[in-house]
Design a protein around this ligand. Sequence first.
Ligand SMILES: Cc1cc2nc3c(=O)[nH]c(=O)nc-3n(C[C@H](O)[C@H](O)[C@H](O)COP(=O)(O)OP(=O)(O)OC[C@H]3O[C@@H](n4cnc5c(N)ncnc54)[C@H](O)[C@@H]3O)c2cc1C
Ligand SMILES: *[C@@H]1O[C@H](CO)[C@@H](O)[C@H](O)[C@H]1NC(C)=O
Ligand SMILES: *[C@@H]1O[C@H](CO)[C@@H](O)[C@H](O)[C@H]1NC(C)=O
Ligand SMILES: *[C@@H]1O[C@H](CO)[C@@H](O)[C@H](O)[C@H]1NC(C)=O
Ligand SMILES: *[C@@H]1O[C@H](CO)[C@@H](O)[C@H](O)[C@H]1NC(C)=O
Length: 432
Amino acid sequence: MTRPFKIVIVGGGIGGLATAIALRKGDREIIVLEQSSLNREIGATISLQPNASKIVEQQWGLAAELKARGSMTDEAFQVYNLAGELQMQIQLSTLAKYGGERVVYHRVDLHEALKKIATSLDHPGRPATIRVSCRVVTCDCNTGQVELENGEKVSADLIVGADGIKSSIRRAILGKDVPAQPTGHSAYRTVILTSELLKEEEFINVVDPRKSVTTMVIGHDRRLIMGPARNSSIYSVVALIPDENMAESSANSSWTTSGDLDKMLKSFEVFPEWAKKPLRLAREAGLWQLRDLDPLPTWYKGRAILVGDAAHAMLPTQGQGASQSIEDAEALGAFFAEVQVGNLSVREVENINRAIFDCRYDRATLIQSYSRQSAKPATDPGSIKIKMNPAEFMDYNCFYKGALDWQRRQQELNRVEQKSVDQCFEALRIKA
Ligand SMILES: Cc1cc2nc3c(=O)[nH]c(=O)nc-3n(C[C@H](O)[C@H](O)[C@H](O)COP(=O)(O)OP(=O)(O)OC[C@H]3O[C@@H](n4cnc5c(N)ncnc54)[C@H](O)[C@@H]3O)c2cc1C
Ligand SMILES: *[C@@H]1O[C@H](CO)[C@@H](O)[C@H](O)[C@H]1NC(C)=O
Ligand SMILES: *[C@@H]1O[C@H](CO)[C@@H](O)[C@H](O)[C@H]1NC(C)=O
Ligand SMILES: *[C@@H]1O[C@H](CO)[C@@H](O)[C@H](O)[C@H]1NC(C)=O
Ligand SMILES: *[C@@H]1O[C@H](CO)[C@@H](O)[C@H](O)[C@H]1NC(C)=O
């Protein structure tokens, strides 16, 4: 009586689809339950850091697929102050030492490519099935059963909660609601045509928008982060500002709240004229109130485990949200590698979930803390001298060789210097 191992993944975002790819193997049955119709990924860019880009492009073989859609390797990172002076420039070619690259995608392109591989017949393992318009409302972590809004029940040996910042699986695992908290920051996002920006002399005298370079302009409590995507045909701008509790109702998904273009421009009044050009060209902008989670006490219970934003929603200041959900997915693939048959008891599944949590928690939590920390004001009031060093966390973020290697290194580290790691955590947990 051997039935294949069955997995239900709640949420078909980047984290859920990545988990489906990582878990595909042999005859395993994988079902992704997604509440939306999956046609609403928004027009914005997203970056994957080394080594997440390597997992996606090389380990899962998506490089060609993504290249065809116009993926771009980020070559440099440059920071300007409010006087328009170049403060620092980091050649990202030095990232070769991490064995991967920082790659920029249009979100739609990355999402589509992941969906294609998760459901493709040409990839090893039985293809995952994606069911859209399936909203999960509850989950029984011990029996491994989720219930949909329409009352339908779906059972599995393993339930993966990839249902994002407002996760319903998180509620089931923790036994209470732990909502993500506003962080005091909001972000406008907009995408403009590079062809239009090329007509703006003042801008192109400073920045060539066709070059694979991320440009940051940093003021005291606000900043612009911009760069090209889709083979330089578009230019993406993220404008971070202090949160003014702008018209975001809880019924609204953050992405569908449209920002007021005049208000956006006014927020960057003190910025150099060239840096404001992309904002002036914007025809529409999304407005997003940035929320993150405090480190959770656990990510698993019985047959259920959280990945991605459901487990560790973080600020976008390190560009690590998607990368961390891809590393979670890789970890599930690695730790469940030997499981093929659906005869594991709830305790056996929980033991594997615990091992994944033990392996991933410190790293994801530290990056979550860094992301919070680097959202702090970057200068003293009235000064233009930038205090932050964006290269600071690069080594930590990027020297990652997958979950099993991390576990081995953690075990070595635990013997030597657990104490200083704990102290480091304490310091970083202080809220921004
Ligand atoms: C403005 C912005 C910029 C960002 N920039 C970057 C960046 O440059 N680099 C980076 O790495 N990360 C970035 N991130 C973060 C990144 O998008 C996320 O961390 C990443 O997509 C992982 O998300 P996820 O799959 O865990 O959750 P989500 O993307 O939120 O996906 C969750 C999915 O679950 C579905 N769902 C929710 N509830 C239910 C339910 N009850 N039943 C069924 N389905 C459900 C949702 O519809 C959704 O499709 C950015 C995020 C934002 C908002
Ligand atoms: C992007 O460039 C690559 C390589 O030059 C090409 O193969 C691909 O078709 C281009 N894609 C888009 C969407 O422009
Ligand atoms: C990056 O990840 C791959 C596995 O996908 C690994 O082989 C490689 O060594 C990693 N590189 C570094 C520098 O961690
Ligand atoms: C989002 O919220 C705003 C302001 O509360 C409202 O005007 C708008 O209709 C909402 N949009 C959606 C899609 O619910
Ligand atoms: C589950 O099935 C596998 C393969 O048939 C077998 O080796 C294993 O002992 C079984 N485990 C349990 C707990 O029954």
